[in-house]
Design a protein around this ligand. Structure first.
Ligand code: CP
Length: 335
C-alpha cells in the first residue's frame, strides 16, 4: 500500500477533507480518544511556533499517544538535505538517516520548515518537506512549509461553524502590512481551501508583485472551476471589501523581491493602510474576520476588529487541536 502523507490538502479528495472535518467536529465535542494509544509523533520545528506545537502535543496526549519535539540545529543536530553532499560544513547528519531513524521510533513525523527567503525558485521546491516524505517510512504531516494545510482545515471548520455551507460566500484574502516580509504559506493555503469549498474568492493585494506563486494561483483556479466558486485578483480595497462574507488577513513578501527585500520595503511601507479596520469591515455583508495568528495588533488589524464579535480567529486557533487530531487518527488508521 502506498504510504499516505498529509503534505497538501489538494492531495486529498473533497470527500476525504469532509470526513476529516466531521471527525474534527466530533473531537471538539468529545476530546479524549484512544486513536493514538501506544503511538507517537515526532514534531520537527526548524522555525518557532506556539499554536502548532501546543495543539499537536496536546492532541497526541488526548488521543492516548505521545509527542516528541525536536528543534534541529538547536537541541538536535543540524540536518543536511542536499543529495551527495560532502558534509564539511555545519550539518552533522543527513536527512537519509534522520528520517529513517525517526521512522523506527515513531508512527508519525511532523515538519515545520519555512522558506529561507533568499531564492523563491529554490524555496518553492519545498525540499525539506519532500526529503522527509522521501526517506520516512511513516506518514509525514506538513506543519507549515510553503503551505499550511492544518491551518486550512481549522479555518474551514471555523467558517462552517459560523455559516454552515460555504458555497458562493464572498471570501476576501487581504494582504496586510508587516515590518518584515513573511512566508506566503498561509496565503497560498487560504486560496487553495477557499476555492475548494466553493467560495467566490478575491485576492486583495497592493500591486501585481504581491500575487502569489503561479502554481497556487493555477491550483486555486482549478479548484474553483471544480467547486463552482471563483477566483479574482483586486488591488482596490473598497471594491474587494464591499459585500464580503469573510475577510482573511495575512502579510507576505512579494515573490519577485526574494533576496533583495530592501527594494520591496518601500512598497510595503506605502500600503500600511491595508490594515483591517472597523471602516473596512463596515463595508462587508456583516462579514467575519479571521487570521491564522500570531498577529501584530494595530499593524495588521485594529484592536476594534480583533475584539469585535466578527473576529473568529480564536475559534480557528482552537480548531487546530481538533483537525490535527483528525489528521493524525486518519493517517494512523491506514497502517
Ligand atoms: N498559526 C500558526 O501556525 O501558529 P504558530 O506559528 O504559533 O504555530
Amino acid at each position: 500500500m502506498t504510504l499516505r502523507h498529509f503534505l497538501n490538502t489538494n492531495d486529498w479528495s473533497r470527500a476525504e477533507l469532509d470526513a476529516l472535518l466531521q471527525q474534527a467536529a466530533r473531537f471538539k465535542q468529545s476530546r479524549l480518544g484512544q486513536q493514538m494509544a501506544g503511538k507517537s509523533i515526532a514534531l520537527l520545528f526548524f522555525n518557532p511556533s506556539m499554536r502548532t506545537r501546543t495543539s499537536f502535543e496536546l492532541g497526541a496526549f488526548q488521543l492516548g499517544g505521545h509527542a516528541v519535539v525536536l528543534e534541529p540545529g538547536k537541541a538536535a543536530w543540524p540536518i543536511e538535505f542536499a543529495p551527495r553532499a560532502v558534509m564539511e560544513g555545519d550539518t552533522e547528519e543527513h536527512i537519509a538517516e534522520v528520517a529513517r531513524v525517526l521512522s523506527r521510533y515513531v508512527d508519525l513525523i511532523g515538519v515545520r520548515a519555512f522558506p529561507k527567503f533568499q531564492q523563491w525558485e529554490v524555496d518553492r521546491e519545498d525540499l525539506v518537506l519532500k526529503a522527509f516524505a522521501q526517506y520516512s517510512t511513516v506518514p509525514v504531516i506538513n506543519l507549515e512549509t510553503i503551505t499550511h494545510p492544518c491551518q486550512e482545515l481549522a479555518h474551514i471548520l471555523a467558517l462552517q461553524e459560523h455559516f454552515g455551507t460555504l458555497d458562493k460566500k464572498k471570501y476576501v484574502l487581504t494582504w496586510t502590512y508587516h515590518p518584515k516580509p513573511l512566508n506566503t504559506a498561509v496565503a497560498n493555503s487560504a486560496l487553495l481551501i477557499a476555492t475548494r469549498f466553493g467560495m467566490d474568492v478575491t485576492l486583495l493585494c497592493p500591486t501585481p508583485d504581491y500575487v502569489l506563486d503561479s502554481r497556487y494561483m493555477e491550483l486555486a483556479k482549478a479548484n474553483a472551476a471544480e467547486s463552482g466558486g471563483s477566483l479574482t485578483i483586486s488591488h482596490d480595497v473598497e471594491t474587494a471589501y464591499t459585500g464580503a462574507d469573510v475577510v482573511y488577513a495575512k502579510s507576505w513578501g512579494a515573490l519577485p523581491f526574494f533576496g533583495r527585500w530592501e527594494q520591496e520595503k518601500p512598497i510595503r511601507e506605502a500600503h500600511r493602510h491595508f490594515m483591517v479596520d472597523e471602516a473596512k469591515m463596515a463595508l462587508t455583508n456583516n462579514g467575519v474576520f479571521s487570521h491564522c495568528l500570531p498577529l501584530r495588533r494595530n499593524v495588521k488589524a485594529t484592536d476594534g476588529v480583533m475584539d469585535s464579535p466578527a473576529c473568529i480567529a480564536i475559534d480557528e486557533a482552537e480548531n487546530r487541536l481538533h483537525v490535527q487530531k483528525a489528521v493524525m487518527a486518519a493517517l494512523l488508521a491506514q497502517r
